[in-house]
Design a binder for this molecule. Structure first.
Ligand code: NAP
Length: 295
């Protein structure tokens, strides 16, 4: 039987690399949609695997230039997209990338009779619609639901690469956390999430899957674990949410892209984010690996 062909959009990112590897391991032929192919050959800062050897075909495109995505889905059976704006970039909005970029990809997928579209949104999105990033994800989700294209929407909690950010702060000696640090969540490793994503390719009915990792922690416990992996005394300062709200307001005046990303970070800090659990990879081990790498 001929290999199934899948386009992975966002293949150079944290989740995208794990997904490319998982699709390739299960016998799919993988086309990567990337802005630049340089990252594919080397390990990422959060231990994301190099994936150049798992990719059969590279398509260069940029969500901001929607015309550049035309024909990305030609010859594909499945499209998987975790293409999204996660870092503030001057003059680029979540609406351009998460909503309109993915919409252009969906239109291309429909024109090429792709049989399924798998999309990554966020867990608890309906409670965070004041974040531009979450709103942009959900505008695309609605387009996908309305399109007639068979779909799976995956709604994960935080990934381990975001926990890598806490690790970097801990390494600098001091972590500042918005809120009292008591909210709970279950972050997930990219490899564990990738298995859920690739399972979805064979799922015949339209579905939405909320998913998190195997262990539940508070934000305080997470950061203490990062300090312990580094062999350092934990130093955590809790910053009241209202200080974050004022900072967000001021940042919104001078730097809208940063506001969009920061408002998402504030929103998730305000609530518990515990999704149905899966996976075998533990945050403690991830922090230990990061500590071993950083010497
Ligand atoms: N990280 C989390 O905790 C978390 C939790 C829930 C949901 N999500 C969602 O999951 C998705 C993936 O997250 P991640 O942490 O894996 O992010 P990531 O590492 O930043 O990867 C994002 C991917 O999107 C690509 N991308 C960004 N802007 C683009 C553009 N203009 N044109 C084409 N490609 C573009 C990036 O390409 P470059 O390599 O060229 O930048 C990268 O491949 C995002 O949509 C995010 O909102 C993340």
């Amino acid at each position: 039987m001929a290999k199934q062909k899948v386009l992975v959009a966002g293949a150079s990112g944290y989740l995208g690399r794990h997904v490319v590897r998982e699709f390739a391991a299960r016998g799919y032929s993988v086309r990567s949609l990337v802005r630049s192919q340089e990252k594919l050959a080397c390990e990422g800062p959060n231990l994301e695997p190099p994936i150049a050897e798992f990719v059969e075909d590279i398509f260069i495109g940029d969500a901001v230039d929607r015309a550049s995505l035309k024909e990305a889905c030609k010859g594909m059976d499945i499209v998987f997209s975790c293409m999204g704006l996660t870092k503030p970039l001057h003059n680029i909005t979540s609406q351009q990338v998460d909503h309109l970029g993915n919409k252009a990809l969906l239109e291309d997928a429909i024109s090429h009779s792709v049989r399924k579209f798998i999309y990554i949104s966020v867990f608890n999105s309906y409670r965070m619609m004041d974040s531009d990033m979450v709103k942009a994800h959900e505008l695309f989700v609605q387009d996908l639901r309305d399109s007639g294209m068979p779909y799976t929407i995956i709604r994960p909690t935080a990934y381990f690469n975001d926990m890598g950010m806490f690790f970097s702060f801990a390494r600098k000696g001091h972590v500042f956390l918005f809120g009292d640090g008591k909210n709970r969540f279950n972050p997930i490793h990219g490899a564990d999430l990738a298995r859920v994503c690739v399972d979805a390719a064979e799922n015949k009915t339209n579905s939405e899957i909320a998913i998190g990792g195997p262990d539940i922690f508070t934000y305080d416990e997470t950061n203490i674990m990062a300090f312990e992996a580094l062999g350092m005394e934990p130093k955590i300062t809790h910053v009241p949410m209202w200080v974050g709200d004022i900072a967000l307001f001021v940042i919104g005046i001078v730097n809208k892209p940063l506001k969009s990303i920061m408002s998402f970070a504030l929103s998730v800090s305000r609530m518990d984010n515990v999704a149905p659990a899966t996976g075998t990879k533990h945050l403690k081990d991830f922090f230990r690996e990061l500590a071993a790498k950083s010497g």
